[in-house]
Structures are given as C-alpha cells and as structure tokens.
Design a protein around this ligand. Structure first.
Ligand code: 6R9
Length: 597
C-alpha cells in the first residue's frame, strides 16, 4: 500500500528545486542552526508579558506598541467594499479596544466568557476580538457565510454570552432560535438601529464611561475558541490559551519574515483559524501594518490591493492562487507589485505549478505552510531563503518535531498499548507532532474523549497522511478521514448529511469532497429518497437551495440520487467508496484515495 502511495507522489519530485536569494536577509537565516538552538522559552522572552508574570495576547498585539516608536504606525488598513481606505494606528487601536473591553465589562462580561462574532472583515470584528481578550474573555469567530444551522449549533456549543453581528444576520440566522440559546445574554449589532432582542453596539460604546485595566490573564487561560470539523459528530471547539501568542509571534518571524515597516496582507477570513492567528494576532505582535479587505476574491481587485497598499508580505491560499493563475499571466504585470518580498500559502495542497507560477507572476516563488486549527500556528513550512521543493509543505518550524507514523487497517496511526511506529523516509503514514508547542489546543470544548483520542504514544495525531523525504521535507498525501477541504475551508461531511436528512424527501445522505481543479474539492452529496419522491431535476434544485439556505457556505454544490448507498457492516455510509466511484477508481484499496486536485 505504501509503495503504491509512494509511486503516486513521486511525480511531484520531478519539479526542480527553487532557490532564490531573498532581497532582505531573512529572520530565519540558517534553518539547521536555528533549529538546533531554538527554545520556546527564548521565543517567549521576545514578548513583554504582563507585570506579575501574566500573559495576554492583546497586550502583546496592541498595547505594547501603542506608546513609543510604533504608536502612529497603522496597525490595520481597511479596504472597504468600495475600495475606500481607512486606517487605525496602534495608539488608536489601544484606545478603541480599551473602550470595547470596558463596554463588555459594563455588560458583566469577564474571565472565561465566550464572545462570538458573526461579521465580515470590518473594523468591529477586530475590536471585538482584541477587546474580548483584554477582558479575559474567550473570542470565538463564526464565519459570516455560515447559514442559520451552523451558526446556531456553534452558538449553542460555545455557550456564548455575547454575539456581535449585523441586524440582518441576527434576524435571519439567530433571532428565532434565541429561546434555545439561554447562555446568549447580549446580542450587539454593529448597525445604528437594533432589531428586537439586540442592542446597537455604537450606542453602547458611546455610553461607556468606565476604563478597565487589561485582565491579568495567565498563559494557560483560555483565549480563543475555533470550531473545526471531524468525520463524525458535531463541530469540535478547539480551545487555545494566551500562551499561543508565543507561537504566533515566533512563526510569523521565521515563516512570514515579518518585521516593523512591513505591509502584510492575510487573505483568510477570521472565521477560520488562519484569519485569526495570522490575520489578527501574529502581525500585530510584530508591529506591522495589516491590510484587511472586506470584499471577496476578484483577480483585478486583489492585484490592485497588492499594488496600491504596497504589500510586502502576502499570506494566501491555493484556491485563490489557482484563480489568479486562471486569470492569466499578463494581468499581474499590469500592476506594480515591486513591494512584494515574500508570498506564503496555507490551507490545502499547493500544487507545484502554482509555486512555479508565483515566480513568473510575482517574481517570488510561493512558500507553502502546513498547520491546523488544533495546532494554532504554522508547524511545517518553506522558509524564505531555503530551497523550495515544489509540492512539498517544507520542514518543521524550529521548536516543533514532526514524524510519520505507520497506519493500521482504518488508515489512521496504528496504536498498540499506546505505542506507535515511526516510518522511515519515503513511506506514507499519519503525520504526527510532538506535543509541547505553545499554541497547541488545550481541549475540545466539553469533549475530553475526543481530545484524548488525538494523542497516542507521545504524539499528536494530525489526521493527515504524509511522507517525508530523506532531507526532512514533508509531502502531503491526503486526509486519513473523510473531512472535506473546499476552497481552504474545512467541512465535516456529517454536518451536511444531518442537514440534508432534515428535508422530508431524504432518508439518508452520504457527503464527499469531489476533486475540483480550482477549489481543491467541492461538497457533493448522494441522497436516498423516501418513497413517493421523484429523483428529478426539480427536487435536486430544491435540495441544493435547501442546503444553501440552511448551511450557507457549507452547502453541497452537487447532489446525486442513489437508492443504494453503500454501507459498512456497522451501517455507516461508506463515503470512501462513494468517492472511489465518483473518481472512477478501483474500489478495492480505499485507503489510498487522495484529495489532491
Ligand atoms: C490552517 C488550516 C487543516 C487541514 C489539514 C490539511 C489541510 C492545511 C495544508 C493542508 C495540504 C497544506 N491543509 N495546510 N493540506 N497542504 N499546506 O488550514 O487549518 O482549517 O483546521 O485545516 O487543512 O488537511 O489537516 P484547518
């Protein structure tokens, strides 16, 4: 099995390595030397800490830059939908987030309370995130494109006390479920006029009189809650603590090469972990200017933003890069991208063509990075100045040990009496990390068993399949489970199947990621109909609309009818078999099915 996997993946190694001398000496100059001497304690010493030994992300991100040389540097540079630009300096960001924290304090929000946002990339989202951290509360971003179903489920699971959103989203996605959300005490809308059940945030902020000091959080106090998905069951709330900022800061140096003076753009939405770890926290801890674009992808607009904001470091995703590739080689040359020093990617497999195309389009190759909601920060990466092997995720960041573990029958790491077996170079297995880095999740909210199941033999098991080569570069092979990655967004098939089964026509559903040349995968559902329902186009359209309405961005794009869904002995729909059939692959060895586009 492993031999077959290996031969499949060796194609990627045909791409010649890329070595390009960086224009500035990179922060991580010598990988091996840094790795040999690096300690997390040393990384921690680059942060301030709170008097008395505490640690608060918002202090490291905002307050420590608000006086002194960086005070008037723009911390956030917002590009509105209409392309109007507004900035908030570090000094202003301190004042605004202090006020936000005081307002939350007046509402009775404090240590450990969960504050969610359901907002696009607008200033209020950033103020909520940092203001919440200042109160000692836990910030939990919800993706604005979620439909009512995922929003309600996450609000209930998180026991959120406060939701900051728009009137329209509150009315459409939350209001009618309020009775089922007893913990939700306050809904704050960013508009001036609040609907019933909500309060206008601008009024509350204007009325705030108190000034509260930043909470004296300890490094192990919860700070962030990010929902992620598994193969089965409800979404999992990964809990991160203030100590995570040590990893955010260190990796943003080593990997993103950030330093004061940089103009940095992370295109990920804060509704997903990248948009919070590297779209809010990490760049602010480095005192750089972070560009935030409220609008969705548009090739010309993105090139314009890169050019007009004079972006120096850009963190983006393979789907976006493939869309830019499709827009043509000529387009980037119409814009002045000369400020761009470093381009980095995350979230899904980055195809070697895209790495190489980056050189042509931007004059710099694209540096892939790998990590997960659970890891909180980048774990494996290509570094500026290091030779890139196109198609490889790179090498573990200093302070992180990664390995590849032998698999059992179910495709996951084989664990016998809490022992696992590390594989040699070349063999495919489950990618695992040695626990101990600062941004490792500290639990899945309310689900200890699921958390414990992520560890075996002294390793954190990632759920991804990979192999490493003789020089320690890691190569992504696929997921060991059925989780879908569509345009970089992680989608649990179970959540989609459950929703489809709420439709009166559907008895059962099996949901897979169907390979797609741009999005990596798209969500495809196979449904079995109740007798009396006709499998026609009208019903197909109805189900697609039903999905879109209730799930929003998680909804299936394609639906097939199938009255004979394949089942395991225990009665579960065999998604892997559905996928094999969809791809026209032999149905025998299902463990090797890949999700690469
Ligand atoms: C940061 C983030 C995590 C999953 C991960 C893997 C996939 C992420 C990747 C990649 C191939 C890369 N993934 N980076 N696959 N190459 N460079 O994306 O977190 O949303 O939790 O997703 O994404 O499957 O396990 P999250």
């Amino acid at each position: 099995m492993d031999t077959a996997d290996r031969s499949q993946r060796d194609g990627s190694m045909d791409w010649p390595p890329i070595h390009r001398a960086p224009t500035l000496p990179p922060i991580l100059g010598d990988y091996d030397a840094t790795r040999a001497t690096f300690t997390w304690a040393q990384a921690r010493s680059e942060l301030d800490g709170l008097p008395g030994g505490g640690l608060n992300i918002a202090h490291e991100a905002v307050d420590r830059h608000a006086t002194g040389a960086l005070a008037d540097t723009p911390a956030l540079r917002f590009v509105g939908r209409d392309e109007s630009v507004s900035t908030i300096s570090y000094r202003e960001l301190r004042e605004l987030t202090d006020r936000f924290a005081s307002m939350l304090h007046d509402l009775g929000v404090g240590r450990g309370d969960v504050v969610c946002t359901l907002l696009g990339r607008v200033p209020d989202l950033y103020l909520t995130a940092l203001g919440t951290l200042k109160t000692g509360g836990v910030y939990c971003p919800l993706f604005a494109a979620f439909g009512p179903q995922p929003v309600r489920e996450r609000l209930a699971l998180s026991q959120a006390k406060v939701l900051v959103t728009t009137s329209a989203d509150y009315v459409r996605k939350v209001a009618s479920a309020r009775a089922d959300l007893p913990a939700l005490e306050h809904v704050l809308v960013v508009d001036r006029a609040a609907p019933d059940g909500a309060v206008a945030l601008p009024d509350l902020l204007a009325a705030t009189r108190s000034t509260v000091a930043i909470a004296a959080t300890t490094p192990e106090d919860p700070a962030l809650l990010h929902f992620t998905s598994g193969t089965t069951g409800r979404p999992k709330g990964a809990v991160h603590v203030h100590e995570a900022v040590v990893a955010h800061h260190a990796t943003a140096g080593f990997v993103l090469d950030l330093r004061p003076g940089d103009i940095y753009w992370c295109t990920a939405d804060p509704g997903w972990v990248t948009g919070t770890s590297y779209g809010i926290i990490a760049p602010l801890t480095h005192g750089v200017t972070t560009v935030v674009d409220a609008a969705d992808f548009d090739a010309k607009r993105w090139y314009r933003t890169l050019a007009e904001s004079r972006v120096t470091v850009w963190y983006t995703a393979p789907t976006a890069l493939r869309l830019l590739m499709r827009a043509g080689d000529e387009l980037p040359h119409r814009f002045d991208l000369s400020a761009l020093r470093h381009v980095v990617s995350v979230g899904e497999p980055l195809n070697p063509e895209a790495v190489v195309w980056g050189e042509r389009a931007f004059g710099v190759p694209i540096h892939d990075t790998w990590w997960q909601t659970e890891t909180g920060a980048i774990m494996i990466s290509n570094y500026p100045g290091m030779t890139i092997r196109p198609g490889s995720m790179g090498r573990p960041v200093p302070g992180v040990d990664a390995t590849v573990l032998a698999r059992g029958e179910d495709g996951r790491a084989l664990v016998i009496d809490d022992h696992v077996t590390e594989l040699d170079a070349g063999a495919v297995g489950e990618l695992a990390l040695r626990p101990g880095w600062p941004s490792m999740f500290r639990g899945y909210l309310g689900d200890d068993a699921r958390y414990r199941a992520c560890f075996a033999g002294g390793w954190y098991l990632s759920g991804d399949l990979a192999r490493r080569d003789r020089d320690g570069y890691f190569w992504f092979v696929g997921r060991a489970d059925d989780v879908i990655k569509s345009a970089g967004h992680l989608i649990g098939p179970f959540e989609v199947e459950s929703l489809l089964m709420e439709h009166p026509a559907v008895v059962e559903a099996g949901v897979i990621g169907k390979p797609d040349p741009i999005a990596g995968e798209i969500v495809k559902a196979f449904v079995t109909l109740r007798s009396g329902f006709l499998p026609d186009d009208a019903l197909r359209q109805e189900l697609i609309t039903f999905g879109r309405h209730r799930l929003g961005g998680l909804a299936p794009k394609e639906i097939d009818f199938d009255q004979n869904l394949p089942h395991t002995n225990s009665g579960k729909v065999m998604r892997r078999l559905l996928k094999a059939r969809e791809l026209g692959l032999p149905e025998g060895d299902l463990s090797t099915i890949e999700s690469r586009p």
